[in-house]
Each structure stands twice: as structure tokens, then as C-alpha cells.
Design a binder for this molecule. Sequence first.
Ligand code: S3P
Length: 165
Amino acid sequence: MNNLILIGMMGSGKSTIGRAIADKLGWKHLDTDKMIEDMQGMTIREIFDRYGESHFRSLEAKLVEQLKTVESAVISTGGGIILNHLNTMVLREMGLIVYLKANPETLIANLEGNTNSRPLLDHQDIDVIFRVRNPLYLNSAELVVDTDSLNNQEIIDVISHHLEG
Ligand code: S3P
């Protein structure tokens, strides 16, 4: 199916880049975190605080199931979506998975002052999360974009070229 799915760590730019590419392609933009918040009528932080991470993960998995039939969408995913192998399998069937790869230093800089919606960072170190997840992102993605030295426009260009080629 013809979708573009952005994966990567918190602060890697999945939402911003996703919105911009969707505009460029004339596709719809979906953001899994935002969809979960809208469906639950709660913020991600409230869901984590009230019901815990595992509940959030099951909401995330249910949403991925519901997205199966989506067409012509750019989907910005929550950073932990690849922790569930079933999610990755479904997303692969849906389209091209792109990993926006950024080193922890870049992620920390990008997240500056914007960790309120990232409850995992209350107790976990971004370096540790990166070390655990980087192999999963690499295994899941068809295209890996090293974003550390690229600006948003350059990232969009790399992805657009890949789609055209
Ligand atoms: C998470 C990333 C967040 C959000 C939740 C958990 C993660 O999304 O889904 O806080 O496990 O990395 P972003 O990647 O959009 O910050």
C-alpha cells in the first residue's frame, strides 16, 4: 500500500517532517500519538500517569490494527511503536518505513523544554533508550535517514528522492 511511515526516537522530528511531506505529496497526515489522545480524550502523559505504559502500548497496538486499510497517508508514529513486533509487521505491509535517525545529543537538543509529553524521560535516560531501540529501528526500516547534519528541508528532499526513484 502507498503510505509513508516515519519511525524514530522522541525528538527525531517525525511529526514536523511528516506534516511537511504530507503537504508536499498532497497526502493526509496521521500522528499516532495525537490520534490516541483524541480517541481517549486524554494527553499521553495522563494516559501514562493513570493507566501506565503497558495500557498505552495496547492502545497503540489497537490503533495500528485500525490503520491497516489507510491509503495515501504519511504516518508519524510514537517512538515506541517498534517495541511490538506485530506493529512493525503491520506497518511494513502498509508502506515504506523510514527511520529518522538522530544521535542522543541531537535528540536532547531537539527535546529541549519539550519533555512534558514524554513521560518515559521522567525515569529513563535517552542514551539508554537509544541503545536499546536503535537496532530495532534499523531492522524495521527500509530507508534510514541520518538526520544529525541535515535541516528539515534536506531530510524532506532525501525522502522525496527515495519515493521518486
Ligand atoms: C514514546 C514516544 C512518544 C509517545 C510516548 C512514548 C516512546 O512519542 O508515544 O511518550 O516510547 O518513545 P514521540 O516519539 O512522538 O515523542
